[in-house]
Design a protein around this ligand. Structure first.
Ligand SMILES: NC(=O)C1=CN([C@@H]2O[C@H](COP(=O)(O)OP(=O)(O)OC[C@H]3O[C@@H](n4cnc5c(N)ncnc54)[C@H](O)[C@@H]3O)[C@@H](O)[C@H]2O)C=CC1
Ligand SMILES: O=C(O)C(=O)COP(=O)(O)O
Length: 634
């Protein structure tokens, strides 16, 4: 094992309810005992409220316990059911670190005001024997009904945990871990050196405020104390910053994984992001936030950037790569939304709706067929025949448009679409021109005055791609002169960062122009899909090293991890793999599998090795020349 057991482990005093398990034993017992009872919800609710009052220190513990037991209609035969339920509700981080408990028998005490009858069998699975469980015991009547608790047991009294610890008379360091006020009191009474507030299941303000350390998980405790753990790194240390109103499920998924998440509604400019990026491991953005070299220079923990959209032109992809930061996007999630908007705009412009609609709102009835036409049989010119362009091609044909397309890359025509060999060929015959190219820097001002001039008089022009690919003053001229019949524009070279900023553009107020605030991908379906797709790719990368579908890393679909996995990102210069393998050979490490892929700038090597290795191996690997980032997965 990388970290050997340490003989200096302090005594750990661990609470049971809401710490060792996710729930309160008595609440669950009431729930079981009242199955089928119409008053179940009410009584369980009252018991829960009393638990909370006792745990946060608002009422005496003994009073809380007495009042709860009075409400509890449980019997002896309910206890096996409770034990089964609790075994399934052991806190996640305790469960995954089960080996830790089995490795240190005699150092962990479960000290609880709950009841031995249900605690002992649950913790026994973790190698914690009855001698190390200090808890209350029930009293029963002759029919097996639970009537109360043994009053002789110190743990049934106020200050019971303190008295129990006194009697234990432990020598050496003692650390108390729990979610309740009574756990903190052990430390207050001087019977523990440290109190750790365990917040994986509940965080009680009064308790957290008094803690020496806050533990969002047991992994965090093991990590802080350099003890052997099942994960290579506590997930709660992974900080996620989500900008630009990313849909709520993304936050939920990251939180469920155990990450800390911070959300900001709008975008951030470079200076603001430079300030906020410190300590952030995962950055989530949309089209507005630029991830520049300056931002990357300020990022000290960044491992991945999620573009919760399609376009990644706002991200310095090479800069990210050279820093070992993997970038993921959602290449298909909003494709359909853009296609639907584009189709709708084609029809709206063809009927001059941008002019008619505001007139109606002002009470003006302008019924006329002037300048209005059907789209059936018209020529649609699609520039950029990628995912959006190609899907638009299919949908447009279904409503009778004749599709012409132009792409710099070789693209197979779909349906009856006609491929144009040059841009000019497309511009000269299309009745409607729509842009679906990406926002790479070379595409800046891709469409300018000379292109508008080539278009037929009355052409409708649509840009739902990126603002900077069109020379906007030239577009405004072409509209003002009446050469273009109308335009629909969703994207702009300068877009407001938030909904509070005003929108400035010389396209405002021009005839038959539909302006929309970059909403091509803003539908419930697209945002929901994106909010699942991107976090899943990122978490897979963090947990397994899988880079499939990363936009800047060499794509490797890795097989399931065997034992420990070494993830090494290095500058792509000759000899690095040989050096890595030399270190592994010198340290006599058994390699179970190795995968390598490189691109122009970086090499990505994944090595699965046996769990048995000298801890110095990790330092040696970090020292390998040209290493950009190195991490180990258990
Ligand atoms: N308005 C909005 O809300 C949205 C805008 N977008 C924008 O749409 C763009 C296209 O999206 P996808 O179709 O999914 O991307 P894609 O990468 O599948 O397709 C882009 C296509 O444009 C071609 N292309 C690039 N430069 C070109 C040029 N100068 N001339 C001709 N062809 C060129 C590429 O070869 C590629 O086939 C995205 O990059 C993004 O900027 C995407 C989603 C929503
Ligand atoms: O997906 C894209 O590239 C888009 O332009 C959509 O951007 P948004 O997520 O709306 O900022």
């Amino acid at each position: 094992m990388a970290s050997p057991p340490t003989a200096t482990l302090p005594y750990l005093i661990i609470d049971f309810d809401s710490t060792f398990t996710q729930v309160e034993g008595l609440d669950e017992l009431a729930d079981i005992a009242l199955t089928g009872d119409p008053s179940r919800e009410r009584i369980v609710g009252e018991i829960r409220a009393l638990t909370d009052l006792g745990m946060s220190g608002s009422i005496n513990f003994s009073e809380s316990l007495r009042r709860r037991l009075t409400l509890l209609p449980a019997r002896r035969e309910h206890l096996p059911l409770l034990v089964e339920r609790l075994k399934g509700k052991v806190s996640d981080s305790i469960r995954r670190n089960g080996d830790f408990f089995r490795q240190f028998p005699g150092r962990v005490y479960i000290v609880s005001s709950g009841f031995r009858e249900f605690i002992e069998p649950v913790v026994a699975d973790f190698g914690i024997t009855a001698d190390y469980v200090l808890a209350n015991t029930f009293t029963y009547d002759p029919e097996g009904r639970i009537t109360g608790f043994d009053p002789e047991n110190v743990l049934s009294r106020d200050g019971g945990k303190i008295e129990q610890l006194r009697r234990l008379d432990l020598t050496g360091d003692v650390y108390a871990l729990g979610d309740g006020y009574t756990d903190y009191q052990i430390r207050e009474a001087g019977l523990a050196n440290r109190f750790y507030a365990f917040t994986e299941n509940v965080a009680r303000e009064a308790v957290v405020a008094r803690a020496d350390e806050i533990l969002p998980s047991f992994d965090e405790f093991l990590y802080q104390n350099k003890l052997p753990m099942s994960l290579s790194y506590p997930k709660n240390r992974i900080r996620v910053l989500l900008l630009e109103n990313v849909e709520a499920s993304a936050e939920k998924l990251f939180r469920e994984e155990g990450y800390q998440v911070e959300k900001i509604a709008g975008g951030l400019d470079e200076d603001e992001l430079v300030e906020r990026i410190q300590g952030v491991s995962i950055l989530g953005i949309r089209s507005k936030t630029n991830v520049t070299q300056r931002v990357l220079d300020a990022a000290n923990r960044l491992i991945a950037v999620g573009a919760f959209c399609i376009g990644t032109n706002q991200i310095d992809l090479t800069g990210c790569m050279k820093k070992g930061v993997a970038v993921f996007n959602a290449p298909f999630s909003n494709t359909r939304s853009v296609v639907e908007l584009t189709l709708a705009e084609i029809i709206m412009l063809a009927r001059r709706i941008p002019e008619k609609n505001p007139k109606m709102h002002q009470g003006e009835w302008d019924k006329s067929a002037n300048g209005a036409f059907e789209i059936r049989g018209k020529k649609l010119g699609i520039i950029g025949y990628g995912n959006i362009g190609a899907q638009l091609s299919v949908v447009a044909e279904a409503v009778g448009l004749q599709v012409y397309y132009y792409d710099v890359a070789e693209k197979l025509q779909l349906g009856n679409a006609t491929k144009c060999r040059t841009l000019d060929e497309l511009l000269q015959q299309a009745d409607i021109v729509t842009l679906h190219i990406d926002g790479r820097p070379e595409n800046k001002n891709f469409i300018g005055a000379e292109h508008f001039a080539q278009m037929k008089p009355g052409t409708l022009f649509i840009n739902n791609a990126r603002g900077h690919v069109v020379d906007v003053p030239a577009l405004a001229d072409a509209l003002r002169s009446g050469h273009l019949g109308g335009a629909a524009i969703d994207v702009f070279p300068h877009e407001p960062k938030t909904n509070d900023e005003s929108f400035e553009s010389e396209l405002r107020g021009l005839p038959n122009v539909l302006l929309t605030p970059h909403i091509g991908g803003s539908t419930a379906e697209a945002q929901r899909n994106i909010a699942h797709f991107v976090p899943e790719r990122i978490m897979d990368y963090v947990n397994s090293g899988n880079t499939q579908q990363s936009v800047n890393f060499p794509n490797i679909q890795l097989p399931e991890q065997q034992a420990h996995r070494l993830i090494h990102i290095h500058a792509n210069v000759p000899g690095v793999l040989a050096r890595i393998n030399n270190v592994l050979a010198t340290r006599h490490v058994n390699i179970l599998g190795q995968y390598l892929k490189t691109n122009e700038h970086i090499g990505y090597v994944i090595t699965d090795i046996d769990k048995q290795y000298e801890p110095e191996l990790i330092d040696d690997l970090k020292q390998v020349e040209h290493t950009i980032k190195f991490r180990v997965l258990y």
